[in-house]
Ligand binder design. Structure first.
Ligand code: KIV
Length: 271
């Protein structure tokens, strides 16, 4: 396994150097202290406190309901588990779309109350003013283009984006605008691999793909999906590395059996 343990702390500068040297960037979501600690100790480069917490932690159908307070709770828990990874926090729906002042205020709350290192927000030209205002305060910004789940009711489906030329052209323009504004990286979600390759080659900042093919500078997956906790979600782009749903179910069955059969606790497991 090639984790560069020489790097004591991943910064936005480290990520740029990784793009330049061709070293792929690893990113995963986390929402709590314990998993974040495992991922950080394992050597993951970026931990995203994603607003997917709304789905996988709170059980909502979309990412829209999660609040700034809830994101701050998740992010501060993650930060306490990490010493090496760069921690990026999603600005939740409704905390930045109003105007750039609101976007900056939400960002300041996240940075002050969590100790995270950067924020991510969805969109291109529409949110450019907010991106610039946040960047001018000294906070690194990660962009997010392609399938942007906070706009699910506009799209109507979670299908692949930017297959048509008009949308692909807009995505390319947006990526350049975000780079020129000063974003340090851009997530490309569920777009054709050929488009992601083109964008990645054009940009000097890293792209992090999810369902965007192998040519992005890095990859991100939602932890519940890649660990097989969430078994109903099976998009083509997902690779599962564990079947935690099965393993946890088996363990809990065994635990129940042991209690019912009076096999737990035994003599050595009591005072
Ligand atoms: O919220 C999230 O988990 C995300 C990733 C899918 C990139 O934005």
């Amino acid at each position: 396994m090639s984790v560069n343990k020489e790097v004591k702390k991943i910064t936005t500068h480290t990520l740029l150097k990784m793009k330049e040297s061709g070293e792929k960037i690893s990113m995963i979501t986390a929402y709590d202290f314990s998993f974040a600690k495992i991922f950080d100790d394992a050597g993951i480069d970026i931990i995203l406190v994603g607003d997917s917490a709304s789905n996988v932690m709170a059980g909502h159908e979309t990412t829209l309901p999660i609040t700034l307070e809830q994101m701050i709770y998740h992010a501060s828990s993650v930060v306490r588990g990490c010493h090496r990874s760069l921690i990026v926090v999603d600005l939740p729906f409704g905390s930045y779309q109003g105007n750039s002042k609101e976007a900056l205020n939400s960002t300041i709350r996240i940075m002050k109350e969590t100790g995270a290192h950067a924020i991510k927000l969805e969109g291109g030209e529409e949110v450019l003013e907010s991106v610039k205002r946040i960047l001018s305060s000294g906070v690194p910004v990660m962009g997010h283009l392609g399938l942007t789940p906070q706009s699910i009711y506009k799209f109507g489906t979670y299908t692949v984006r930017a297959k048509e030329e008009e949308e692909a052209e807009k995505l390319k323009r947006d990526a350049m605008l975000l780079q020129e504004a000063g974003c340090f990286a851009i997530v490309l979600e569920k777009i054709p691999a050929s488009l992601a390759k083109e964008v990645t080659e054009k940009l000097t900042i890293p792209t992090i793909g999810i369902g965007a093919g192998a040519d992005c500078d890095g990859q991100v997956l939602v932890m519940h999906d890649m660990l097989g906790i969430n078994t109903e979600f099976k998009p083509r782009f997902l690779r599962t590395y564990l079947n935690l749903h099965k393993d946890v179910t088996n363990a809990v069955h065994k635990y129940i059996d042991d209690i019912k059969s009076k096999n737990f606790p035994n003599e050595n497991e009591q005072y």
